[in-house]
Design a protein. Sequence first.
Length: 261
Amino acid sequence: MTLPVANEWYTSKKIDDHTTLILEPHVHVLEQANMFLVEGSARDMILDTGMGIVPLKPFLDTLRSDPDKDIICVSSHTHIDHIGCVHEFETRLVHPAEADEMAKPSGLSSLYRDDMSARLLQIFLDAGYPPIDELLIDAVPYEGYDPKSYVLRGAPATGLLNEGDVVDLGDHTYTVLHLPGHSPGGIGLFEDATGVLFGADAIYDGPLIYDGPGMSIPDYIKTFEKLKALEVSVVHGGHDPSFGQDRMHQIIAHYEAIWRG
């Protein structure tokens, strides 16, 4: 299978004065995770790091107002599309329930559809995602790139994030919310002062995945109760465009109705 060479691997879009959305447009929408660079007065944060097909940090540094400032990497959870470049950062934070998985990834670690189980592929189709061709990418990052050479490296956590912990960037502080359901150690970040919620894969405006390995509908129901109690101004999800509180409640109600049967 011959793929074209991408003009650029990452794209970026400034969504407010201190937050930039980063995407990998040539990755299949299923694994095209939102990455968020948040610049703070004391330090910067990258929330999730994509697939790891090409290095992320050099691209990030072109976006940062001060590339010499400390930057911390927060992994919302440890699925392939969220920890691909975690090893590039000196400070790596994750929930303790997924620290072992981030250190030594054991799940999907290939760009090839045939390396996914038939059950997993069916879960994605049932959720509403388009079929996957032979590869999870529709271009290569440079001439001569071999998709078979792809490796999901992972990296040990340098710190752990539990419910109620605070990620302090100086002028922005985010409270850690443990949001299991999609994964055991899934977390979100909420800034009470602004109502900004980084919901990761616990909630986004697209097909939620809740019936795969390590997933739990009872946990998801509890997570939704926690989210419904928040006064949210905007939700930046792990995939798809951002949305407001009314849309968040609509998404929650939709899945709660499905789970009630």
